[in-house]
Design a protein around this ligand. Structure first.
Ligand SMILES: NC(=O)c1ccc[n+]([C@@H]2O[C@H](COP(=O)([O-])OP(=O)(O)OC[C@H]3O[C@@H](n4cnc5c(N)ncnc54)[C@H](OP(=O)(O)O)[C@@H]3O)[C@@H](O)[C@H]2O)c1
Length: 343
C-alpha cells in the first residue's frame, strides 16, 4: 500500500456533487471510518438516508452506515473540510469553484475528480492561491437502485502533484481505492480522454459497455474518433499517457479487429461488468445535459487551434447533441451509426 506513512492524524473530506463518483469515493472513505461530508441534491440525501452500499466487480461489498457520514444540501457544510473533491459534471465546475472560493477555510485542498482536461484549470481560476489538484478516475461507477454505487471495472485514481496529494492518496488507499500520484497528470488526463471518446458511442448504442465494445461497427466508430484525436495531439505536441495495458497508438488498430480476434486479443478491454455503462448513457436516460463539449469537444477545439481536421469528432458531437435535444435519433445500431458518421 502506498503513502501509508503520509496521512495526517485527522482529515475531513468533503464531496462537492454527490452522484456516482462522489457517493462511491465518499462512501468508501466513510465506510473506512474517515470523517466525510457529502454535499448534493435533496433527492440524493433521501436515497442515502439508510446509508450507502458499495459494491465492486470482484463481488466485494462494503456499507457506509448513515451515521458514518454527513449529507448536506447546503455547501456551507463543506466549510470546515481539509480536502474537497469536486465530483460534478464539467458544466458545473465554475459554479462549484465560485461557491467553494467563498466558503472554504484557508489551507483547504481541492481535487477535481472529473473527466476532461480543463476542470482543474477552471477551479484554479476561481480558487486563486489554493492548492487545486487534477485527478483522473480510472474506473467506472454506476448507480443501481436506491443507495447502491457499483464500481464495474478495475482502475485507480491518479492525482497530480502538489500540497495535499500524498494525504489524499493515503486516504484513498487506506479506504480500499487504489491511488497514485503522477507528476504528469495532464498526460494521464489526455490518455483517459482517449477512452472517453467512446462515451457518445456508448450512449447512442443504448447498450451496456461490454456489448457495445463487442460489436465491431461501434468499435470502428470509436477507433476513428481516437485516430483523429491522436493526430490532433501529435500536432499539439501532447503525449497521452498509457492508461491500462495498451499504448495509445495501438488502441485504434485493436479496436478495428474483427470480433473473433478482438475478444481474444483484447480480453482486458472487455473486463467490464455486463451491466456497466458510461455516465453519458445515464445522462441520456435521465434527461441531463451531456458532457460532450469537455470530451470529444476538446479534440474538436484543439483541432481548430492546430489546423487538424476533426470531422469524426465534430459529427459525433452533433449526433449526441441532436439525440439529447430530441432533434435526432436516440439509438443507433452499429451499422446505422457508422453510416450516420459519414454524412
Ligand atoms: N460515473 C463514472 O463512471 C465516471 C468515471 C470516471 C469519471 N467520471 C467523471 O466524474 C464526474 C462526475 O460524474 P458522475 O457520473 O459522478 O456524475 P453524476 O452522477 O451526475 O454526479 C454529479 C452529482 O452532482 C450533483 N450536482 C451538480 N451540481 C450540484 C449543485 N450545485 N448542488 C448540489 N448537487 C449538485 C448532480 O445533481 P443533478 O444531476 O441533479 O445536477 C449529481 O447528482 C464527471 O466529470 C465524469 O465524467 C465519471
Amino acid at each position: 500500500m502506498r503513502y501509508r506513512d503520509k496521512g495526517p492524524e485527522h482529515m475531513r473530506t468533503g464531496i462537492y456533487g454527490a452522484g456516482s463518483i462522489g457517493c462511491y469515493v465518499g462512501g468508501m472513505l466513510a465506510a473506512a471510518g474517515q470523517d466525510t461530508v457529502l454535499f448534493g441534491r435533496a433527492s440524493m440525501g433521501e436515497r442515502l438516508a439508510r446509508g450507502i452500499t458499495l459494491t465492486r466487480f470482484d463481488g466485494s461489498e462494503r456499507r457506509a452506515s448513515p451515521d458514518s457520514f454527513r449529507f448536506a444540501t447546503d455547501p456551507h457544510a463543506l466549510a470546515e473540510c481539509d480536502l474537497v473533491l469536486v465530483c460534478v459534471k464539467s458544466d458545473g465546475t465554475r459554479a462549484a469553484g465560485e461557491t467553494l472560493a467563498a466558503i472554504l477555510k484557508p489551507g483547504a485542498v481541492i481535487v477535481s475528480l472529473q473527466n476532461g482536461v480543463s476542470n482543474a484549470r477552471v477551479l484554479r481560476e476561481c480558487l486563486g492561491q489554493r492548492s487545486v489538484l487534477a485527478g483522473m478516475v480510472g474506473f467506472n461507477v454506476a448507480q443501481i437502485g436506491t443507495d447502491r454505487f457499483h464500481c464495474g471495472t478495475e482502475g485507480e485514481i491518479v492525482i497530480g502533484t502538489g500540497d495535499g496529494a500524498q494525504a489524499f492518496a493515503y486516504a484513498l488507499n487506506t479506504a480500499g481505492i487504489p491511488a497514485d500520484i503522477s507528476p504528469e497528470i495532464e498526460s494521464v488526463q489526455w490518455g483517459k480522454l482517449l477512452y472517453n471518446l467512446n462515451n457518445p458511442v456508448n450512449a447512442l448504442s443504448g447498450l451496456p459497455l461490454k456489448r457495445q465494445l463487442s460489436t465491431r461497427a461501434y468499435r470502428q466508430v470509436f477507433s476513428a474518433l481516437i485516430r483523429e484525436a491522436l493526430a490532433v495531439l501529435k500536432a499539439a505536441g501532447i503525449r497521452p499517457a498509457k492508461i491500462g495495458k495498451v499504448g495509445p497508438n495501438l488502441i485504434p488498430q485493436i479496436l478495428d479487429l474483427p470480433d473473433w480476434l478482438f475478444v481474444r486479443l483484447a480480453a482486458g478491454m472487455l473486463q467490464i461488468d455486463k451491466d456497466a455503462r458510461t455516465s453519458m448513457a445515464e445522462d441520456l436516460e435521465r434527461g441531463r445535459p451531456p458532457e460532450i463539449d469537455w470530451l470529444n469537444g476538446e479534440i474538436v477545439a484543439l483541432g481548430k487551434t492546430t489546423g487538424v481536421a476533426t470531422p469524426a469528432n465534430e459529427r459525433i458531437v452533433a449526433l449526441v447533441k441532436a439525440a439529447f435535444s430530441g432533434e435526432g435519433p436516440r439509438r443507433y445500431d452499429g451499422q446505422e451509426l457508422k453510416k450516420a458518421m459519414l454524412v
